[in-house]
Design a protein around this ligand. Sequence first.
Ligand SMILES: [Zn+2]
Length: 86
Amino acid sequence: MEISEHTDADVFLEADRRHKEMRANGQTSLGVTKITQPPPMGEPKPKFAAVCSQCGGPTSVPFKPTPGWKILCTENGCYQKSKGGV
Ligand SMILES: [Zn+2]
């Protein structure tokens, strides 16, 4: 994979060099405007169907349910109750 690494570096340098040339010539480089976008907030996490071990109701958890693990739903407040009871 050494060749591809060198190729990538060469391409980058070539693009960088051309960019500077364009600026030197007073040209605007169309299509190379870098738009930095922040990662989308509230990205949906994968959910796994699970059964609450407290009330037996269906729920979903953001992790893969492990057999033997205690799953507490938030739908019926089992999770909140386990945290010290509201
Ligand atoms: Zn529950």
